[in-house]
Design a protein around this ligand. Structure first.
Ligand code: G6P
Ligand code: MG
Length: 215
């Protein structure tokens, strides 16, 4: 492929915020009186805040009206923001900075494509905002992954056609979104969850520019 742009999911690809999402959802489940495990949490990755809450409530067998749902999601987000407001650049995942630096030195454009409404705050905390030519987050989109909107908007903001973009994703919903958007995608994590990606790597340390170009 002719590689012109790389679009990165944020949570679980560039930075390990998945553990903070999990802690905050678990705390909410605990208050409601049920167990919420790491296995359950897998289904929440890449999924928007309200869709995540729906999954959590299903796990607990709990029914809430719309007003209560907004209150619960706000409570979870307040805890989450409290956790991420203490993040440092040490929490950037292995290989991220090297890969971004390499891509940019080759003239390949970089973007964030994240469902999170907290993406800007995270990028500021870890000091990586300037590594991206475009940042598309949950505040800019209407349809969550697996809808391709977030990645298509990322490509558009970069001024690059979808077929010249590669997406990096740690969530099943994100892989589906990349495929639906007509983009190649690299799964970051386990092939067990990310089998539909063109290539799966354990982290960004284990990928070379040639591998990306040869997708
Ligand atoms: C990312 C995470 C999800 C999270 C979503 C919304 O995609 O992988 O676990 O639910 O963002 O994040 P937010 O910070 O807006 O609640
Ligand atoms: Mg993710």
């Amino acid at each position: 492929m002719v590689l012109k742009g790389c679009i990165f999911d944020l949570d679980g690809v560039i930075v390990d915020t998945a553990k903070y999402h999990f802690l905050a959802w678990q705390r909410l489940a605990d208050e409601m009186g049920f167990d919420f495990t790491e296995d359950h949490n897998e289904a929440l990755k890449g999924v928007s805040r309200m869709a995540s809450l729906e999954i959590l409530l299903r796990v607990g067998g709990i029914v809430k009206d719309d007003e209560e749902k907004i209150e619960l999601a706000t409570r979870k987000n307040n805890w989450y923001v409290e956790y991420i407001s203490r993040m440092t650049p040490d929490e950037i995942l292995p290989g991220s900075i090297d890969l971004l630096t390499r891509l940019r030195s080759e003239g390949i454009l970089t973007a964030i494509g994240s469902a999170s409404r907290n993406a800007g705050m995270i990028l500021d905390r870890i000091g990586l905002r300037l590594m991206f030519d475009a940042i598309v987050d949950g505040n800019k989109i209407h349809s969550a992954k697996p809808d391709p909107e977030v990645f298509l908007k990322g490509a558009e903001e970069l001024g690059v056609a979808p077929e010249n973009c590669v997406v990096f994703e740690d969530a099943q919903a994100g892989i589906e979104a990349a495929i639906a958007g007509g983009m190649k995608c690299i799964g970051v994590g386990s092939p067990l969850n990310l089998g539909r990606a063109n290539l799966v790597v354990p982290d960004l340390k284990h990928i070379t520019l040639n591998q990306i170009k040869n997708l």
